[in-house]
Every structure is written in C-alpha cells, then in structure tokens.
Design a protein around this ligand. Sequence first.
Ligand code: C5P
Length: 234
Amino acid sequence: MSSADRLIVALDVESSDRARELVDQLSPHVSWFKLGSVLFTREGPEICRIVKSAGARLFLDLKFHDIPNTVYGAVTSAMGLDIDMLTIHTSGGQAMMEAAVRAREECGRSDVMIIGVTVLTHLALEDFRQLFASDRAPEDTVLALTRTAQDAGLDGVVASAKELTLIKRFAGPDFKVVTPGIRLADGSTDDQARVVTPGRAIRDGADYLVVGRPVIAADDPVDACQKILADMTG
Ligand code: C5P
C-alpha cells in the first residue's frame, strides 16, 4: 500500500463548503477522508457524496454504541452511504460487534472495514479507574477489548501511538490499526497528549494514520499533506 493509501485526512471542519474545498484540493494527493459526528450531524448524509464524488475513500467515524439490534440497523443504514470504513465502540460487547459485522455481510459489503474504538485516548489513569472500578492497567483493558473485537470479526481497532506496537504484537499483522495523534517533529501538538511523527507510526506498524489539524488548519494544506507523506515514506 502506498503512503497516500494509508493517510486519512479528518474533515473536522464547520461546513460542507469548507469540506468540499479541502476534498478538491487534497484528493489528488490522498486516498481517504474521515467524516465525524460534528460535520455529519450538521450536514447530513449529503456530506458523504462530496468525498465519494471526488473518487476518494470514506471513513465514517460515528462510533456506534448501542444495543445489538440498533447497531445492526445503524450499520445497515451506513452501508447505503457508500462508505469504506466505519467505527463502532468495542465496549458495546461481542454481540453488538457481531451484529455490526452481520449487517455488513447481509448488505454484501465485506469490503467495508469495521474498526473498533477501545478505550478513548482522552481518559487519564484516574478517569479510567473511576469508570471501570478497576486497578487494572489500561493496556490490559485495551488488549481484552481488542481480543473481543477480533473474535467478533472486526477488521481492526483505533489505537494511539502508545498502544500501537502492543496491539500489533498481540493481534497479529493482519488486524488493522488506525492511529490518530500524528504530528511532524516541528509541528504543534494541539490538544493531543501523546503524539508521534508519521514515519514513527508507520515504522511501529500503523496501517492507517488519521491527521486533522496539521493538514486542515495549515496555510497550505497540500504542502502539509506532502510533508506528511514524505515523512511516512522516509
Ligand atoms: O487534528 P488531529 O490530527 O488531532 O485530529 C485527529 C482526529 O482523530 C480527530 O478527528 C479526532 O476526533 C480523531 N481521534 C483521535 N483520537 C482517538 C480517536 C479519534 O484523535 N482516540
């Protein structure tokens, strides 16, 4: 896979006009765009067509988390949007994840990757202990959720750079890892606590890198994108 096929630009912008501008500028350079709940909730499914009509691949990052029957329905609806990847929460449990996989299969879309969110990366150790009422190391919970995701037939998980090598070692090379928190060595870290460079993430085994602000907030998004691609390749 080329670097362009591994880089996912997060369209974390306020309007479909700005999203369209970015897709027009960047689609000759990257293969993937990510739509999250902010833009999707504001603009609706029409926003997906902006990405698909540019010939790019679409990652729908709505992080479904509900009872199995509802997630089955949500995934079935998402398949109608011509997406290529979507997220669900692994903490919804194995039956919920299996319902998502079943919905995909029944829509005949085994090409769509279903990726699980394990433990959200903004949680500090104290939050984690309070939430799970456990003294267990967060990594153990991440690995337990990863195992359940694999058993349920998911294609991979979202993981911070910190967990990347651990998950790859645990789950094997074919289980995909999608990694946010990517920054060039000379770039701002924004609100991301644990960042790594594009090249480091690739060397540590990331299959896909998610990059938002370093590209979409840059004065020249195409130049920013090319620097990230060069770092991935180098
Ligand atoms: O702007 P930045 O590169 O930090 O954006 C990263 C993107 O990845 C955002 O869309 C954010 O919601 C997403 N993400 C993340 N951490 C996770 C899961 C998703 O930063 N654990």
